[in-house]
Design a protein around this ligand. Structure first.
Ligand code: FES
Length: 70
């Protein structure tokens, strides 16, 4: 049974829970998050999670998300 739990940008060590209020307050897009915090600008693996966080307000994910290559 898989026990995936993604809750932060591992490269920057910043939890999504901390990013979400900042993103909401400043109305950040994913590009803004990357520029302002560096999250998503390292390995990039958190990018689809950041995108989902901005869209839905979720800060913890129990599924694997992959960047849409398109
Ligand atoms: S985990 Fe966020 S850039 Fe690597």
């Amino acid at each position: 049974m898989s026990q995936v739990r993604v809750t932060m940008c591992v490269c920057r060590r910043i939890p999504f829970e901390e990013l979400l209020p900042r993103a909401r307050a400043a109305d950040w897009t994913l590009a803004d998050v990357m520029r302002e915090t560096g999250c998503g600008a390292g390995c990039g693996l958190c990018r689809p999670y950041l995108r989902r966080m901005l869209a839905t307000g979720e800060t913890a994910f129990s599924e694997l998300l992959w960047e849409d290559p398109g």
